[in-house]
Design a protein around this ligand. Structure first.
Ligand SMILES: [Cu+2]
Length: 71
């Protein structure tokens, strides 16, 4: 288990329900310990197990619900 905690900008959020959507989807993703989105700074902080999940997969998940993670 390689736990990492990283913060990246996320593009495309327009309201509080965007925040909830991203948090809900990420927190349901296997390997994610905790994901929090800051709407004011437009950033997501994600703590995950790098053995189970990588950044490319996280980017794809975020893209699939309509947002873009900038890495
Ligand atoms: Cu929204």
């Amino acid at each position: 288990m390689v736990r990492v905690k990283e913060t990246y900008p996320v593009l495309g959020m327009t309201c509080a329900s965007c925040v909830r959507k991203i948090e809900t989807v990420l927190n349901k993703t296997k390997g994610v310990t905790e994901a929090t989105v800051n709407f004011a700074t437009e950033k997501v902080t994600i703590e995950y197990d790098n053995d189970k999940l990588n950044l490319d997969e996280i980017k794809k998940i975020i893209k699939s619900i309509g947002y873009e993670l900038i890495t």
